[in-house]
Design a protein around this ligand. Structure first.
Ligand code: NAP
Length: 473
């Protein structure tokens, strides 16, 4: 069985201690991953600081050229990386290919956006003084990423940080390190200066402790659960360590009577079942207005029953495996809880008769508001549909959560669209759009869904310090 290396200061290092990587479609361990201890993380941070001095001195244009080269390398290896991704996280292969393409697009966006880290000159208000605002890279960045989009979510941090002039040390999820090894290989292949990108794996709490305590780390950027985000906030208090946090979500979908039925069903299916429902922006709660409710539910169930479930490597699979056995058991418990409290099971509802961590695409209708699959982040192909009567009621329902990451609405009424834009408490809003995320627009949450934004112009800002320079002439 192959053991994969970490990437430290320009060298691939196989360590004695390893963790294992499991294929969720079979339950089989198929690779080992090298892991490092806290002392080695401290060394990586030191090496990143050395690299920072050279990297920050390059022009943004030159840094962008490195990013373009890494993008080309990932593109060249797209098929191979996609297969590895599917094997380590169960994602259908076609969706892994899309993920590699999106990661490439993030790199290309920030390769160019880095050239627009503008400062400004402010008209002075004291004779003989001039006031300038300049932007400089924050310094060494530590990034922690989750398993559900194992390449793209790391790249969403690495690309803007490198573009801004910051070296990055990435700690990916232990379950999905392999496509990040491929990213390190791409950096190595294009001869990115040593220490500018490093990959560490190992105990999350140990690595995070070094990230939090080491004064050379100037920013921690994290994507994962709200619970771990809270731990990082607590740990950051001692050194006032700046954090960017992309945390959990509980996305509502609001389907209004005036919506185009086909498009509303199609968009909601995308928002629900993409990545087998394991997405922070997945449709967790589907609210449908009474006048269109029966027709929406009928078509949604019809299309859900037609989804092909299987090992992501098999052709045409749309629903892959869940991440682990625990995820399957949680989903069984969600279904049982909802049915007990009065929801109607219209399709699915159980694990299929095959090995691996699968769950049938499931639709529950007439779902009460207090069931667990409505109040908790589900991460499974489980759609919970509930009727509503008025727009005011729908907005109140949508906002009645501690999360505020994404929200979706389907309507053809332009006035309503503006009311929803203004009143929905979510950082990302899709109107008639089940997949609103794009490299050129900000991504992130309100309330307990996080701090800061990735992508867009805002994604670069996260890795820049703002300095005011006052010059007495
Ligand atoms: P998670 O358990 O929070 O893990 C995320 C990352 O944090 C992993 O690399 C994990 O390492 C690490 N980690 C675990 N314990 C830690 C600690 N004490 N200190 C520092 N890091 C620690 O989340 P997940 O299960 O991988 O991902 C699912 C969650 O992520 C969901 O809540 C989802 O909504 C959220 N998410 C948010 C976004 C967004 O952009 N807002 C995007 C995707 C996912 P190990 O793997 O080694 O444990």
């Amino acid at each position: 069985m192959k053991t994969y290396p970490v990437y430290l200061n320009g060298e691939f290092v196989i360590t004695e201690k390893t963790s294992v990587v499991t294929n969720p479609a079979t339950g089989d361990i198929f690779a080992k991953m090298s892991i490092v201890d806290q002392a080695r993380v401290a060394q990586a941070i030191h090496d990143a600081q050395v690299a920072f001095l050279g990297w920050r001195a390059l022009t943004a244009k030159a840094r962008g050229e490195w990013l373009h080269k890494i993008a080309c390398e990932l593109e060249r290896r797209r098929d191979e990386i996609s297969r590895v991704m599917t094997m380590e996280c169960g994602k259908p292969l076609a969706q892994s290919v899309i993920e590699v393409n999106v990661a490439v697009d993030h790199l290309r966006w920030f390769a160019e956006e880095g050239r627009r880290g503008y400062g400004r000159i402010i008209p002075h208000q004291t004779d003989g003084k001039r006031n300038l605002v300049v932007k400089t890279p924050v310094g060494v960045v530590a990034a922690i990423s989750p398993w559900n989009f194992p390449l793209m979510l790391g790249v969403r941090k690495i690309a803007p940080a490198l573009a801004a002039g910051c070296p990055v040390i990435l700690k990916p999820a232990s379950a999905t390190p392999l496509c990040n090894v491929a990213f390190a290989e791409a950096c190595d292949a294009v001869k990115l200066p040593r220490g500018v990108f490093q990959l560490v794996c190992g105990s999350a709490s140990e690595i995070a402790k070094e990230f939090l305590d080491n004064p050379l780390v100037r920013k921690i950027t994290f994507t994962g659960s709200t619970e771990v985000g809270q731990k990082l906030i607590a740990g950051a208090a001692k050194n006032i360590k700046p954090l960017s946090l992309e945390l959990g979500g509980l996305a509502p979908v609001l389907v209004f009577d005036d919506a185009d039925l086909e498009k509303a069903v199609e968009g909601t299916m995308m928002a629900k079942f993409r990545n087998t429902g394991q997405s922070c922006v997945a449709a967790n709660r589907i609210y449908v207005q009474r006048g269109i409710y029966e027709r929406f539910v009928k078509l949604f169930v019809e299309k859900t029953k037609a989804l092909k479930v299987g090992d992501g490597l098999e052709p045409d699979v749309q629903i892959g495996a869940l991440m682990n056995e625990e995820a399957v058991k949680n989903t069984e418990a969600y279904v049982a809880d909802a049915i007990k409290k009065g929801a109607k099971l219209l399709c699915g509802g159980k694990r299929p008769a095959r090995s691996g961590y699968f769950f049938e695409p499931t639709v529950l209708a007439d779902v009460p508001h207090d069931v667990r699959c409505v109040t908790e982040e589900v991460f499974a192909p489980l759609a919970a549909i509930t009727p509503f009567d008025t727009e005011a009621e729908a907005i109140e329902r949508a906002n009645s959560t501690k999360y505020g990451l994404s929200a979706y609405a389907f309507t053809r009424d332009m006035s309503r669209t503006f009311r929803l834009m203004e009143n929905l408490e979510a950082g990302i809003i899709g109107i008639n759009d089940g997949v609103p995320t794009t490299s050129n627009a900000p991504f992130g949450g309100m309330k307990q869904s996080g701090w800061g934004r990735e992508l867009g112009t805002e994604g670069l800002e996260s890795f820049l310090d703002t300095k005011h320079v006052s010059i007495l002439l």
